[in-house]
Design a protein around this ligand. Structure first.
Ligand code: JCF
Length: 694
């Protein structure tokens, strides 16, 4: 008699697996990742094997594959549709190959190899070259008739070429390309309809639609990977030969299908396909290896339902379940207050994950994640791990939603929400220790002032001890003060001081980047440095925007348009948003004081003449081009004017020096006339260019 706890666990597993089967196969709305389902299934099967007295004829383990849901006619496959065993590691692949080599008594076995499409297995029956029936795999023996929807898939030929055998069953995978999946979900979101969970489920759900018009609206595709019943005794001697024939009949076969020799060849193929899988337009979950010679396949035979001559080598699962322990609130350098998921560590996508981004509080609410929930964590490739959802059935009864904070957890300042943005921000600025710490870390980072040794811990210490408020205070630190800090000996104090000393000699672009102005990343900092050449020129150009920014409010569309003629906007990479950030940063007297202190502390860089615009005969002039020119494009004319030192702006303002108007000039010409700004026609432009030529 089995232990009652075991019996209870077995009952629990069966109940849970039945629920997942229903949600997956009938509702097309799974709530757990496949890998988790596999784990439950595996646990149940192991318990039943170890305790045969617990076996039951209605256990989910007694049925392989999906239950026909009764909406569709049943189809008995003339030859069973096979499933594949799985390998999850190199060792398992080597075992698989070694077993085959042993049984056959050969090594250097040739395998037919191909990506494993993550879709829905389908059998297509062609009679006299015509598609007469399409069926799902079902339990491998009996599937469902889905001819009505599969017929709508454009890559499924309705007729094969004339040389096809009189009777041919083709096995393959129906899938939804990622682009189609994303487009479908974008539309669904816009219409407030339900989104599809993932491309595989999308494909399964679409094929098993009653209404073929609904299926036709979903972009599905098909790859063939094998055959079932066939009126010819043998299409070829090898599996790769069979695939070549299928291609010849007009069936889509993966262009990545190939052959490989031995375990090493298979593993190399696995690496190659794995490295490029993001570039494919569809999801694959591994690769399939098959002994290529069909006579050897026959010799090897089957273990239960799975062929001994084939295996699916799976990529590490990209989704896993774990528990959400807490939702922490993080304050970034720009004051952005973001929720971060603290997770029970879980191995997913090839790494252990214990934190995941939640982006913002809107998203937290939309996903309805609560501490205590069992959540699905996704880590695909090198992308930052994220929490994609939670499992409703596993929510503890006392799980409470996390309320977005209204005050900064670090400094208590009110939190503000940018208009039209999901991000909430601390309004405390440099009052906020979190922002100060982040600002220090950023200033010291490698691509900014590159102060080695000034990392997270030291930034925290310096701010917490009240030694450093702004980055300018860094240069007031001395050996005695530093040496008093925890875990800071005189040696490390000296090292840090040497690093600080070194950082004084820098470049304008690094310095600008290091200031941590919102939306001024490395590329923008570089463009600004190149364009203006000096900090003063940049500050002047920024402060010149004052008339546009009266008060706190951000610019409206008209205001943004009016900005177009301003010097800052001429910098590649800088639009109205960055211009506003720069203005607001430099107009703040506290920031200007920090700049002054940094400079008097000896932070310096080579100043340069502005890259363009300040030299040449048209220096200081702002030109607007409008209408169509006969002899050149507006871009060409603009480039020639810029070469003479002019700035080319997009809209007319009172600062415009002159307007060049071609034919069919419209509102810009009218505006110039209204403001009394000189207008040149094409002839006058050519004369101007000629006067300054050479
Ligand atoms: O791409 C697939 N999902 C796939 C599934 C490819 C194959 O060559 C298969 C398969 C399932 C069974 N071959 C078998 C025998």
């Amino acid at each position: 008699m089995a232990d009652p706890a075991l019996a209870r666990r077995v009952a629990e597993l069966r109940e849970e697996i039945r629920g997942h089967d229903h949600r997956y196969h009938v509702l097309d709305a799974p709530t757990i990742p496949d890998a988790e389902y596999d784990r439950l299934f595996h646990e149940l099967r192991q318990l039943e094997e170890a305790h045969p007295e617990l076996a039951a004829p209605d256990s989910p383990t007694r049925r392989v594959g999906a239950t026909p849901i009764g909406e569709f006619a049943s189809v008995r496959h003339a030859r069973p549709m096979l499933s594949l065993g799985n390998a999850f590691s190199e060792a398992e692949v080597r075992d698989f190959v070694a077993r085959i080599e042993d049984m056959l008594g050969f090594d250097a076995i040739v395998f037919s190899v191909e990506p494993k499409i993550d879709g829905l297995a389908i059998s297509l029956r062609f009679e006299e070259g015509r598609l007469v029936r399409a069926a799902t795999r079902g339990d491998g023996e009996i599937g469902e008739d889905v001819t009505h929807t599969v017929r709508t898939i454009r890559s499924v030929p309705l007729r094969l070429s004339a040389d096809a055998p009189a009777l041919l069953e083709v096995r393959g995978e129906v899938y939804m390309p990622r682009a189609g999946f994303e487009a479908y979900n974008r539309r669904a979101r816009e219409r407030g309809e339900k989104e599809l969970v993932n491309p595989r489920n999308a494909a399964a759900g679409s094929v098993r639609q009653q209404d073929p018009r609904l299926a036709a609206a979903r972009p599905l595709a098909f790859f063939a990977y094998g055959i079932g019943e066939c009126s010819l005794a043998r299409l070829a001697d090898t599996h790769s030969g069979v695939l070549a024939h299928l291609r010849g009949y007009g069936l889509p076969v993966s262009a990545l299908a190939d052959t490989a020799i031995g375990a090493d060849g298979c593993l190399a193929y696995f690496e190659r396909i794995g490295a490029d899988r993001r570039k494919l337009g569809y999801d694959i979950d591994g690769v399939v290896y098959k002994v290529d010679r069909l006579d050897w396949q026959e010799e090897l035979g089957f273990v239960s339902r799975a062929p001994r001559w084939a295996i699916a080598h799976k990529f590490p699962a990209e989704e896993a379940l774990t528990r959400l322990l807490a939702v922490d609130v993080q304050v970034g350098r720009t004051g952005a207050v973001t929720p971060v998921a603290r997770l029970e560590p879980v191995f997913v996508g090839g790494a252990t994950v214990s934190n995941a981004t939640l982006h913002n509080f809107d998203e937290l609410a939309r996903k309805d994640l609560r501490p205590g929930d069992t959540v699905i964590v996704r880590r695909a490739g090198d992308v930052i791990p994220e929490v994609v959802g939670m499992v409703p059935e596993r929510r503890p009864p006392d799980a409470r939603a996390v309320e977005p904070p209204t005050q900064c957890p670090q400094c208590g300042s009110p939190l503000l929400r940018d208009e039209g943005e999901a991000v909430i921000r601390c309004s405390g600025g440099l009052v906020c220790p979190a922002q100060r710490k982040e600002a220090l870390r950023h200033y010291a980072s490698r691509r900014a002032l590159d102060i080695e040794g000034l990392g997270d811990k030291l930034a925290d210490q310096l701010v917490d001890a009240g030694l450093v408020e702004t980055v300018a205070d860094l240069y007031t630190l001395d050996r005695a003060t530093l040496a008093k800090l925890d875990r800071m000996g005189e040696r490390s104090a000296d090292k840090l001081l040497a690093q600080l000393e070194q950082s004084r000699d820098t470049r304008l672009e690094r310095f600008l980047y290091g200031l941590g102005i919102r939306d001024v990343g490395e590329a923008t900092a570089k463009a600004l440095a190149r364009h203006f050449g000096s900090l003063d020129a940049l500050v002047d150009a920024s402060l010149a925007l004052a008339p546009y920014f009266t008060g706190e409010a951000a610019l409206d569309a008209a205001g943004r348009k009016a900005l177009a003629g301003e010097a800052l906007i001429q910098v590649p990479d800088v639009g109205p948003v960055v211009a506003e950030r720069l203005y607001r940063f430099f107009v703040d007297p506290r920031n200007r004081e920090v700049l002054a202190r940094l400079r008097s502390a000896g932070v310096h860089w080579p100043e340069q003449a502005p890259a363009a615009g300040a030299q040449g005969p048209l220096a200081g002039q702002t030109v607007v081009l409008t209408g169509t020119l006969a002899g050149m494009t507006r871009e060409q004319a603009g480039a020639r004017l810029e070469a003479l030192g002019a700035k080319v702006a997009g809209s007319v303002s009172k600062k415009t020096s002159f307007v060049v108007a071609g034919s069919e000039a419209g509102s810009k010409l009218a505006k110039a006339t209204e403001l009394g700004i000189p207008v040149l026609d094409e002839e006058a432009l050519l004369a101007l260019l000629a006067a300054h030529a050479g």
